[in-house]
Design a protein around this ligand. Structure first.
Ligand code: PAF
Length: 291
């Protein structure tokens, strides 16, 4: 039997919460640590890198696939979000996941979305992405809290591409004393620098050629900061102008404190440069750390 087929046979895909809990209890009985990678499916190499990272942290790896309705705005792509379960499971088996959890809406929100208990993280949720996607991080915190309670992992792994999402989840875990260690793994990029994202498939052929400019511009700002530049407004302004000239509609290019995501001060020595922009049908986000 090939290694890939063997992996497919050993990885379990479960939809019900009691079955998930039985499997996780089995892992615990073996004395295994459990690492968890929550996803919305439509997996790419960035997700598989998270699974690989998770495997380095624990003996057993659980991945969830759930397109969470509560984190999408009314005019966003919830209905069109690509759902590719079979291909995702094949990739996860090859990547060495042990268990894939694919809950449905009733399992995730048993009293219905209207009656759902929400988790809302103040402060960090309201900046940057939070301003442009009101309610997004409440949806993320709510579903991640639920998934943590269901899977009960030792450690959970998130991609650093969603920098602010990681900050929101870290805040939630600290504040609710959830017994989960949060780890983030580096952004995986295409050869030309474009951060991997499920939404890159919304790019037209010509927009795909333009798209890496977002990473180039925030990297240029990061290099300038490390070289001593401190005129944040000018740095941001130049990047926005370059991006708009190339056809992007910028939501923001921001230079922030990497811990609080508040605006950087002149005497700061560490920064994160974040950007979000629409290019054709695709809304791209990216970030680079500096200092
Ligand atoms: O990053 C994502 O894919 C989602 O926001 C997450 C963490 C799976 C919650 O739905």
């Amino acid at each position: 039997m090939s290694a890939a087929r063997g992996a497919l046979l050993t990885m379990q895909v479960v939809e019900s919460l009691p079955t998930l809990r039985e499997h996780v209890a089995g892992f615990r009985n073996e004395g295994a640590r459990v690492a968890f990678v929550p996803t919305m499916g439509n997996l790419h190499a960035g997700h598989l890198a998270l699974v690989e990272h998770a495997r380095s942290l624990a003996e057993r790896v659980v991945v969830s696939i759930y397109v969470n309705p509560t984190q999408f705005g009314a005019n966003e792509d919830f209905g069109n979000y690509p759902r590719t379960l079979e291909r995702d499971c094949q990739q996860l088996a090859k990547a060495g996941a042990d268990l894939v959890y694919t809950p449905n809406d009733v399992t995730m929100y048993p009293l219905g979305i209207e009656n759902a208990t929400h988790v809302s993280v103040p402060g960090v949720s309201n900046r940057l992405e939070g301003k442009h996607r009101p309610g997004h991080f409440d949806g993320v915190a709510t579903v991640v809290a639920r998934l943590f309670l269901m899977v009960a992992p030792d450690v959970a792994v998130f991609g650093r591409k969603d920098y602010q999402q990681v900050a929101v989840i870290e805040h939630m875990v600290r504040d609710l004393s959830l017994p989960v260690a949060v780890q983030s793994a580096p952004t995986v990029r295409e050869a030309d620098g474009l951060a991997m994202s499920s939404r890159n498939q919304y790019l037209s052929e010509s927009d795909r050629v333009t798209a890496p400019l977002l990473y180039r511009e925030i990297s240029r700002i990061a290099t300038a900061l490390e070289g001593g530049a401190r005129d944040y407004k000018a740095l941001r302004g130049e990047a926005v102008a370059t991006l708009q000239d190339a056809g992007f509609l910028c939501d923001y290019v921001a230079i922030r404190n990497p811990d609080t995501l508040k605006k950087s001060k002149k005497d700061d020595t560490r920064w994160v440069v974040l950007a979000a922009a629409l290019l054709g049908r695709a809304r791209l986000i990216d970030n680079v750390s500096a200092g």
